[in-house]
Structure formats: structure tokens, C-alpha cells
Design a protein around this ligand. Structure first.
Ligand code: ATP
Ligand code: MG
Length: 340
């Protein structure tokens, strides 16, 4: 694997506050890497250091194998799109996209060629003469992307670029960005706090918490095997069961089943089964959400949530109410052990 950029023991403090704590991270060339984590965990701070805004308090950053720790932003050859993508309102779409090329003294006709190439890539060549205020949010977002791509950056940095878009457009733009990344083989670092976005878009996802990396890897490595409870919760795992023999286990609500009796065949072959009491159930269209309480080894009640698809609900669940005694169970393959 070729490394586009690397953080080596990088920290960033603001006064006494350590926003990024001794970060070691390799950004692979030609891949899409996401930085994922809750608000305040240091994603933007990390990206800004890579861009050259904010010097590390400690450690080194390399870009293309060369030390870039103190290199000014304009010497890093990076494209950037931030949450507020700030197009120049008085310029046309084409002029916006040409902006970075002018600054870099790329001359005509190469400049026009690259502007059209970038606009083609984001599907907006036909709007080249419009001004930003005559574009939809999604179109403006694409112009910002085209502007960043036009300079042929060594790295494209995207900080929550989709957060201003409505839910449907956001989902659509995920695959757009993925396509553009694949077509250009750009090295991309994308910041998000949306786990679905990270799972869908990443070659590598990096999960951060309080300035440190909790886990990193391909989505299909990380998702089925979260390194600890924090990662699991962040990825939508809900049920945590302290098993005296196997340690901390988790199972997703859609994998936890509810049976009226322990003698049902599916229950007998389950990887885990626990006596439980129904505490509530809620109708949610496609599925039913059943909350139960089980007792742990210390005799404390812990809640377990099961979402039951209505087509598999059958007669089995009908007539069950709050207070009813049931068995919750899951298959062995759906049981995830948490190491830490
Ligand atoms: N210039 C600054 N001065 C002081 N504290 C700062 C500064 N910039 C960031 N911080 C703090 O550093 C921490 C990390 O901030 P950062 O912006 O990197 O978080 P983030 O992961 O991008 O969060 P979000 O998802 O909300 O954008 C936060 O607690 C923030 O308040
Ligand atoms: Mg941020």
C-alpha cells in the first residue's frame, strides 16, 4: 500500500485541552478514508492539521512521503470542501471552479479544459454559466467538489460536506462522491459523524473518541467486530449482556428474537437465551420494537431491545403484553463478543 499522508505521534492542544492525542494514522493513496466519531472528538482538528491550518503541538505529518508538519496550506496541493462550501456568489459556476487554477497560474486553454472536465465529473457542465444562488443545495455542493477536484489535488479533504443537504440528497451524494473518487483515484479524507455514511463510503474508517483512535479498518472488518463498547454503541449496537462465561456480548435489536416459550425449536438451538419480561412494545410500521428486561448476574434489570419484522411476527407474538414472561434468544452468529 502507498501512503498519501501520515500522522506520526501528532497531538494538538488548545490551552490545557488536548483535542488530538498522540495520533498515529496512515492515509492510503487512492482510497477513501473516513474520520468518524461524536461531536468534539477531534475530527476537524485532525483534518485542519493535515490541511496546514493549525500546527501540531507535538509530532509530525508527512504528505507524499515528505515532512509537511510546518508547510503552509498553499504548498500542500490539497483540495478542500467544508460544511459551508462557500462559493463566490458574484462568480459563475465555471469561474468558481476556475478559481484555484488561476491562483496556481494554470493558463488557458488548460484551465477551461480542466473546468469542464471537473464539471462533467459532477454532472453540472450544463450549468457552467449560472451563479451559485440559482443552484440547489446539492448542485452548490457539487460545484464546491468540482472546484476542489479541478486543481488535481494530492489529497481531497471533505469535512462533513453533506451535512447541509436534506436526508434524501445526502444519501444520493454519498454514492456520487464514491463514484467520483473511484473514477479519479483521488486520495480522499472525509469527516463525518454519521455511521451509515462512513459504512457506505469508506475504504477505511477511523473511529475516534476524545482525540484518540478507537478502531480502524474496512467497514466490513469493523462493523461485525467492534473493538469495544464505545465503537459498538456508535455503530448502532444496543443490547449489552455481561455473560459470566463469555464476557461482554452484544447483539443488534434486529437479531434479538422474542419467543413465547422456551420449548420452541428455534430457541433450543440458540446461541444465547434468556428469560425476560416484556416492558413495552411499540408499533413502527415495518417492525415492532419490543423492549424486555432481563436480570444480570448481580440481580439488576437490564433492558434488551428487539425489533421484530411484522411479516415474521406471526401469531407467536400476538397477545403478548407488558409484564408477560418470554424468552429472548439469538443465533450464535449474531452474537458479538466485545474484547474491551
Ligand atoms: N480553536 C480552538 N480553541 C479551543 N478549543 C478548540 C478549538 N478548536 C477545537 N477545539 C476543541 O477541540 C475539540 C475537538 O474539536 P473538533 O472541531 O476537532 O471536533 P469534531 O470532532 O470536528 O466535532 P464536530 O463533529 O462537532 O464537528 C472540541 O472539544 C473543541 O471544543
Ligand atoms: Mg468538526
Amino acid at each position: 500500500m502507498t501512503i498519501a499522508a501520515e500522522f506520526i505521534g501528532v497531538s494538538q492542544s488548545f490551552g490545557d485541552f488536548l483535542a488530538v492525542d498522540n495520533l498515529d494514522l496512515k492515509i492510503e493513496e487512492g482510497k477513501l478514508t473516513t474520520l468518524l466519531g461524536p461531536s468534539g472528538c477531534g475530527k476537524t482538528t485532525t483534518l485542519r492539521m493535515l490541511a496546514g491550518y493549525g500546527t501540531p503541538t507535538k509530532g509530525r505529518i508527512t504528505i507524499g512521503g515528505k515532512d509537511a508538519t510546518r508547510l503552509p496550506p498553499e504548498k500542500r496541493n490539497l483540495g478542500m470542501v467544508f460544511q459551508s462550501y462557500a462559493l463566490f456568489p458574484h462568480m459563475t459556476v465555471a469561474e468558481n471552479v476556475a478559481y484555484g487554477l488561476k491562483i496556481r497560474k494554470v493558463s488557458e486553454p488548460e484551465r477551461s479544459r480542466r473546468v469542464m472536465e471537473s464539471l462533467d465529473l459532477v454532472g453540472l457542465a450544463h450549468l457552467a454559466k449560472r451563479r451559485p444562488k440559482a443552484l440547489s443545495g446539492g448542485q452548490q455542493q457539487r460545484v464546491a467538489l468540482a472546484r476542489a477536484i479541478a486543481i488535481r489535488p494530492a489529497l481531497l479533504l471533505l469535512d462533513e460536506p453533506l451535512s447541509n443537504l436534506d436526508a434524501r440528497l445526502r444519501v444520493q451524494m454519498r454514492s456520487e462522491i464514491r463514484r467520483i473518487q473511484a473514477e479519479t483515484s483521488l486520495s480522499v479524507v472525509l469527516v463525518t459523524h454519521d455511521q451509515d455514511e462512513a459504512l457506505e463510503m469508506s475504504d477505511t474508517m477511523v473511529l475516534m473518541r476524545e482525540g484518540t483512535i478507537m478502531q480502524q479498518g474496512a467497514p466490513e472488518q469493523v462493523f461485525p467486530a467492534p473493538a469495544n463498547r464505545f465503537v459498538a454503541e456508535f455503530l448502532g449496537y444496543e443490547n449489552f449482556i455481561d455473560d459470566p462465561r463469555r464476557g461482554l456480548l452484544t447483539v443488534r435489536p434486529e437479531h434479538l428474537r422474542v419467543a413465547a416459550s422456551e420449548t420452541e425449536p428455534a430457541v433450543a438451538s440458540a446461541g444465547l437465551r434468556l428469560p425476560a419480561t416484556i416492558t413495552s412494545s411499540a408499533y413502527r410500521g415495518v417492525d415492532l420494537v419490543i423492549t424486555t428486561a432481563v436480570l444480570n448476574a448481580a440481580g439488576e434489570e437490564i433492558p434488551l431491545v428487539s425489533t421484530v419484522r411484522r411479516d415474521s411476527l406471526a401469531a407467536d407474538f400476538m397477545g403478548h403484553n407488558r409484564g408477560d414472561k418470554v424468552t429472548v434468544y439469538t443465533r450464535d452468529v449474531d452474537l458479538v463478543a466485545l474484547p474491551g
